[in-house]
Design a protein around this ligand. Sequence first.
Ligand SMILES: Nc1nc2c(c(=O)[nH]1)N[C@H]1C(S)=C(S)[C@@H](COP(=O)(O)OP(=O)(O)OC[C@H]3O[C@@H](n4cnc5c(=O)[nH]c(N)nc54)[C@H](O)[C@@H]3O)O[C@H]1N2
Ligand SMILES: Nc1nc2c(c(=O)[nH]1)N[C@H]1C(S)=C(S)[C@@H](COP(=O)(O)OP(=O)(O)OC[C@H]3O[C@@H](n4cnc5c(=O)[nH]c(N)nc54)[C@H](O)[C@@H]3O)O[C@H]1N2
Ligand code: SF4
Ligand SMILES: [Mo]
Length: 787
Amino acid sequence: MARRAPDRDIDEAELEVDHPKDAAAGLTAVGVTMKRAVEQMGVRRTARTLLRLNQADGFDCQGCAWPDPDPGHRHTAEFCENGAKAVTEEATLRRIDRDFFARHSLEDLAGKTDYWLGQQGRLTEPMVRRRGATHYQPISWDDAFAMVAEHLGGLGSPDEAVFYTSGRTSNEAAFAYQLFVRAFGTNNMPDCSNMCHESTSVALAEVIGIGKGSVHLEDVHRAELIVIVGQNPGTNHPRMLSALEIAKKNGAKIIAVNPLREAGLVKFRNPQTARGLSGVGTELADLHLPVRVNGDLALFQAIGSLLVQWDALDHDFIDAHTTGFEEWAAHVRDVDWAAVERATGLDRALIEEAAGMFRDSSATVLCWAMGITQHRNAVATIKEFANVTFAQGNIGKPGAGLCPVRGHSNVQGDRTMGIWERPPAHFLDALQAEFGFDPPREHGYDTVEAIRALRDGKAKTFFALGGNFVSAAPDTHLTEDAMRNAALTVQVSTKLNRSHAVTGDEALILPTLGRSERDRTGGHDQRVTVEDSMSAVHASRGPLKPASPHLRSEVDIVCSLAQAVLGDRHGIPWTEFRADYAAIRRRIANVVPGCAAYDEKVDQPGGFVLPHPPRDSRTFPTTEQKAIFTASPIDVLHVPEGRLLMQTLRSHDQFNTTIYGLDDRYRGISNGRRVVFVHPDDITALGLAGGQVVDLVSEWTDGSERRAPAFRVVAYEQPRGCAAAYYPETNPLVPLDSTAVGSNCPTSKSIIVRLEPELAGGGSSGHGGEHGQDEGHKSRVAPEQLS
Ligand SMILES: Nc1nc2c(c(=O)[nH]1)N[C@H]1C(S)=C(S)[C@@H](COP(=O)(O)OP(=O)(O)OC[C@H]3O[C@@H](n4cnc5c(=O)[nH]c(N)nc54)[C@H](O)[C@@H]3O)O[C@H]1N2
Ligand SMILES: Nc1nc2c(c(=O)[nH]1)N[C@H]1C(S)=C(S)[C@@H](COP(=O)(O)OP(=O)(O)OC[C@H]3O[C@@H](n4cnc5c(=O)[nH]c(N)nc54)[C@H](O)[C@@H]3O)O[C@H]1N2
Ligand code: SF4
Ligand SMILES: [Mo]
């Protein structure tokens, strides 16, 4: 029987806890960057690779979707510590060959952590797991494509196949992939967005008519007020701190809304300036609102209420460009302050101070990320951000706007290219006009629905273009069982991960080129294009020799597969696409809105910016051709006595399910990941002690319980009643059915848990794991405590 996800990390017993830091980056970041990079790539390769990163003629960082400055304003080292880690992870000299797979059975691999799996190195050749086999074996590319074609051909309907995408896929590969999948006959295209900014896309599409943010990088630099809600840029979008530093120098104020006082929001030591390296740094947040987890909807209604009460409104904008203002104003005027204080954990004076900063700003940028999107009421919260923004006319003018900060480097581009289980009719019409076939019109499965379909035997083939579906998805054990239910699972990947170990009856690993590598598909240098979080599209070309001569590009894999599955059906020129990606770009130009003359425009240094009507001209392509105010009831999650509301977040040493190391430097954690951060008074109230080992047990409304064993309690400042622990170790706790209303995004940031002391070996030192008040020493947790 295949193994469950391992419960403990390798060196968990070595956990060390220190004080959280009050500044991000600086010299330590430079040191960490270089050490990791040189360890895995050597000195020459490190220099060669990092100097091409994020340059106009280089390659796009595989890390997050934060935009690059204009070409004239880039540094020689235009990247952050975590960008360098992402590159190192891909450009490592470590390799996995067929002997590795001969040595390690699937069961053995399923017993390893994602950290261990990722550390083994780059995949080098296609591998197959045959029905009933205990190990993967080598397979030729042609046989692999034939195998997928045979499975797909044998399905009762195209809708029995699921085609997942993670957000690193280039625009060219994404466009070809969605074309293939729709020509095959289904819209079952779930993607990582479904677990990420889906709530944003849904909310913004409804109220401004386009599911993307409305600011340029220049707007962040010029804003008077920047509000950062539910986002930890110091770790997850580190170069955003450079933009915040510029804004501060231009006189901006910053409000951070976060249950945690994240180091990156407090102070930034810019490693690109002598000042930053010497340790001086720039103070960032002027005001920190330590909101209770999931309190943001109430908070923004209260802010809206005060703006209405103070008449701090842009009446011209409201009159000319919006609808629904009166209903919204009436709704927030009556806001129930007692409910607000309960939901937010903030007192009225603090909220008034924040609202006063909104009032005094004539150009506000509002940024958010996963702290907002992964809640039951996420869509309503984001619509509330829009309400407050409309009320002050903070959209479609310099220095202002809505700024959802995306995760994966090309997640926004993939959606633009049509990776979407609910494609709009105009997109399908354009596809039909260009390629002459009738694309399926029915909506496909999103991530959560795909898991249900696999579980229920309605989906039988699972294909993933990147990502690590079983670790990233909610309800790990259920998801793993669902995946094992499939007849065939296929992973197009650069590195080994848990989704290669938890498979269907038959499984394929198709190893692909990463973005740092030279792509000579068709016998000549190819480039790809990507879109960042601010709709800027540009080219990317990798400098490195590929990790193995057997790797193929994602475009090659998609086109070859399409040919094996579809042959000449619909007359789509897959060979031509594969031979020259410009042939794909010419089709993108004809199909995707805003992409006319695509191939020519991406040639310009720095690329081009996609149109965004609200940003560009204050036109709102909504049902009412206006920006739409909406009124949402405040709903406060009820947390039963003795339970905590837990969010799952990222450490400083991971990229999603890729674990770079076991440290979370800014939060003072070293050598371990199985920790749960709890307020010191809650630790006492629950009869626990810092350093104690507990099981996390989540409670879901249908009475079911889920357990993640062996987390060490760490005292950490945050609102009472809240807790935090790392993803993906906590994914077994997220019930599949617990999703955001309207977007179906798993509620990874609001899980009701109780902490159960471990019976054996869970003793406590009394102090281990606690951030003491005065002494600055590290407390090392005794290894025997983890027995
Ligand atoms: N180095 C690195 N970079 C990354 C990633 C990575 O894993 N590592 N992942 C990429 C991806 S795919 C994404 S989507 C982004 C994610 O970027 P973030 O959204 O910054 O990621 P999280 O770690 O999930 O952090 C969520 C933040 O929200 C706060 N928060 C949690 N609940 C609430 C709440 O209810 N209200 C408020 N106001 N705040 C809350 C948490 O305390 C935390 O600071 O980063 C991208 N960049
Ligand atoms: N509990 C909880 N769950 C969450 C979240 C959370 O905050 N809490 N966050 C959610 C979010 S925001 C996201 S975006 C998802 C992430 O979900 P995914 O995108 O599915 O996961 P990743 O960990 O980013 O995928 C990593 C794998 O991608 C492969 N890979 C890397 N580079 C490439 C490449 O260039 N090409 C190809 N083909 N493969 C490549 C590697 O094999 C690597 O192991 O997780 C979600 N899950
Ligand atoms: S901020 Fe994001 S995109 Fe920029 S270098 Fe860092 S990880 Fe890469
Ligand atoms: Mo994400």
